[in-house]
Design a binder for this molecule. Structure first.
Ligand SMILES: CC(C)(COP(=O)(O)OP(=O)(O)OC[C@H]1O[C@@H](n2cnc3c(N)ncnc32)[C@H](O)[C@@H]1OP(=O)(O)O)[C@@H](O)C(=O)NCCC(=O)NCCS
Length: 159
């Protein structure tokens, strides 16, 4: 096995954008992607970035990625990691690449004393849910994600 996991570099902005679109297509949410390569360049590779990405390469070929940021738990008194995106290209699946990407972030959590590593998954995404069970993740059934966006966000802001 020739797998390398490395931090994304500015030259990867287009690759990350492609991964984001491939993930969105898989999730049947391509119509919701409004982000551009310029957004990724600014937010992942600009000064003092608040969002980060790691790239998995299989024999030098880009195979998958994670994109993540730090969150915080007041109950635990610790930062954590929120995983925004995990994606492995179909041709590279079943080789343990996602497992290694998740292990990579789990190691960061341990090293930086981060207490929680968490993410959302679509209810219908059974293969991903099976994968998450296999790596020891548990569903947070008592919690549901809440979101204000678009017109509702403007209305709330306007008062
Ligand atoms: C889910 C995903 C990231 C897994 O990537 P992967 O590199 O194939 O995963 P791994 O090879 O590390 O698999 C680890 C385990 O998960 C399970 N698994 C992974 N993909 C699976 C699939 N498609 N079907 C069934 N089981 C699967 C296997 O049990 C495997 O265990 P094994 O080692 O005993 O075979 C990948 O299928 C993917 O990118 N899917 C589309 C995007 C997606 O759903 N992302 C997550 C959004 S929340």
């Amino acid at each position: 096995m020739s797998l390398t996991i490395r931090p994304a570099e500015p030259a990867d902005a287009g690759l990350i954008f492609d991964f984001v679109r491939e993930l969105a297509e898989y999730e049947k949410l391509l119509h919701e992607v409004g982000a551009t390569v310029a957004d990724i360049e600014r937010d992942v590779f600009g000064p003092n970035p608040r969002v980060f990405s790691d790239i998995a390469e299989w024999e030098g070929e880009p195979a998958g990625f994670v994109l993540w940021f730090y969150n915080y738990s007041t109950f635990r008194g610790r930062h954590g990691i929120f995983l925004e995106d995990l994606f492995v290209r179909p041709a590279f699946r079943g080789r343990g690449i996602a497992t290694e990407l998740m292990r990579h972030l789990a190691r960061r959590c341990v090293k930086e004393s981060l207490d929680r590593f968490e993410w959302s998954v679509l209810n219908w995404n059974e293969p991903a849910i099976r994968f998450y069970r296999a790596i020891g993740a548990l569903p947070m059934d008592a919690w549901t994600l809440q979101r204000v966006s678009g017109g509702a966000l403007k209305k709330l802001a306007a008062g």
